[in-house]
Design a protein around this ligand. Structure first.
Ligand code: PLP
Length: 417
């Protein structure tokens, strides 16, 4: 059935998909067409069940079709799906977020993480009056022009575009530095005019999971503070994932701006950015930095987000993270027993099996992971009813619906993948 659906999709959609990684190019074979989700499982169009370790790229922290979330969405749907006006639900969700992220004194909701990142960078440029920005190799912040850039060789390279259609003039305003390299960061600040902002995934998820090295985020915080550069933590994945207060609470570093997405929309389209009232008041209508959206803060996403966040607490994360820690260490032990050159990198309930003997510290090391071995692992897991993200350089996730028996069966399946 998926083969037929795939042939039809390719006649109707560009490349058959609405987001490239769904096409399975990195792992081979025909993409699976999912038609239903329940708890920790997805069901394909033939009714085959998969234990979902991708969870809509981390968005589904309570499991699929959670009763509370579904009821909240249904309640809102009958009251109307979009008003294009102010609603109390936006304030209520913002207030809830501020309990966990006190640095987000003012919040603006968007419809995606891409928009949140793009808008936060415009805000940083507007507030500082500077043009250049810094990002890190292997970090992903959505697909806006200035963020789709790769590092050249050398320690601090003003980048060239990573995608056709991005003018060099725009990519050239983005400097790309190696992740977890405090010396490169210090050199950059010593040798260049200070940038408008530095944007970072405080725990990288988009080169596979790479934890920040001790001192890296601290160095970033002190250099940016000293030079009047805004520090942006992209917590689109890590917010409400690695801990109740995200990576900033886990590592004790407060950024100037925080980006959220995924979990705060309960599986509906969402993004958000926020920071101090002083910085955020530079946004229109108070200030002169323009940013807007027809469906921003739409009632369905707000309802789903509130239903999810009402269930999260520091204790929720203690439980989920403990389960993930045990799962990841047992998976790594299994790899060792099988004498595979593989390791498992984990922070909170996000983890990546790397086909590398040691956990990577940056993109150069992550990129050495054996892609062919991963593709084999992915396909074997899929045939045993386990759905992993279809790329070697992505994070896998657990939800609260993944109980010990699900994890036991995953480990049994992985023993022969
Ligand atoms: N930032 C990070 C860290 C992400 O992982 C993603 C998407 O995966 C984005 C931003 C972009 O979010 P969206 O796909 O909602 O535009």
């Amino acid at each position: 059935m998926s083969a037929k659906a795939w042939a039809e999709a390719r006649r109707a959609l560009a490349g058959g998909v609405d987001s490239p990684v769904r096409a399975f190019k990195a792992v081979g074979g025909t993409p699976v067409f999912m038609s239903r989700g329940l708890g920790p499982h997805l069901y394909d169009d033939e009714g085959k069940r998969y234990l979902d370790l991708c969870l809509s790229w981390g968005a589904i922290i309570l499991g699929h079709a959670d009763e509370g979330v579904t009821a909240a969405v249904q309640r809102q749907a009958v009251l109307g799906t979009s008003f294009g006006t102010a609603t109390e639900a936006e304030t209520a969700l913002a207030r809830r977020i501020q309990e966990a992220f006190p640095g987000m004194e003012r919040i603006r909701f968007t419809s995606s993480g891409t928009e949140a990142a793009m808008s936060a960078i415009r805000l940083a440029r507007g507030v500082t009056g500077r043009k250049t920005i810094v990002k890190f190799e292997g970090c992903y912040h959505g697909h806006s022009d200035g963020l789709l850039v790769k590092a050249g060789s050398g320690l601090a390279t003003f980048a060239c575009p990573d995608s056709d259609g991005v003018p060099e003039e725009i990519a050239g305003l983005t400097a790309v530095l190696p992740y977890n390299d405090s010396s490169a960061l210090k050199r950059f600040f010593a040798e260049n005019e200070p940038p408008a902002c530095v944007i970072v995934e405080p725990v990288a998820g988009n080169m596979g999971v790479v934890a920040p090295a001790p001192g890296f985020l601290e160095t970033l915080r002190s250099l940016t503070s000293r030079r009047g550069t805004l520090l942006i933590f992209d917590e689109v994945i890590t917010g409400y994932r690695v801990s109740w207060g995200g990576a900033q609470a886990m590592y004790g570093i407060r950024p100037d701006l925080t980006l959220l997405g995924k979990i705060i929309g309960g599986g509906l389209p969402v993004g958000a950015f926020g920071g101090s009232a002083r910085i955020m008041n530079a946004l229109a209508p108070e200030g002169r930095v323009y940013q807007a959206g027809t469906l921003s803060g739409n009632p369905l996403s707000m309802a789903a987000g509130r239903a999810v966040l009402s269930r999260l607490s520091p204790e929720f994360f203690r439980d989920l993270n403990a389960r993930a820690a045990s799962f990841a260490s047992r998976l790594e032990a299994l790899f060792r027993r099988r004498r595979l050159a593989a390791s498992v990198s984990r922070v909170g309930s996000m983890f990546t099996p790397f086909f590398l003997p040691r956990r990577p510290r940056n993109f150069t090391e992550a990129a050495r992971s054996d892609r062919r071995r991963f593709a084999k692992f992915f396909r074997a897991a899929l045939s045993r009813g386990i759905y992993l993200p279809p790329s070697a350089f992505e994070a896998s996730f657990l939800s609260s619906a993944h109980d010990p028996s699900h994890l036991e069966s995953a480990l049994e399946a992985f023993a022969t993948c």
